[in-house]
Write a new protein. Sequence first.
Length: 71
Amino acid sequence: MIIVRLFAVTGDLLKIMGYKNPPFSSFRLKNMQADTTMIPLDNIKQITPVLPCDINRGIDETIKWMRSQKI
């Protein structure tokens, strides 16, 4: 967890130095740590009853995107 926090702080420093959109920051780390298990999904399921992918594919796609970002 220390390494992840270090990456987040590095992203914060890059943002302070003028880099507009670092791939990782404290803001994104907090979003990743947020407890979202209790968010009701009823409204979303009315719009999209079948999700486009499962959780594992979503994680894989997110990691792929993070690796593609140029710092």
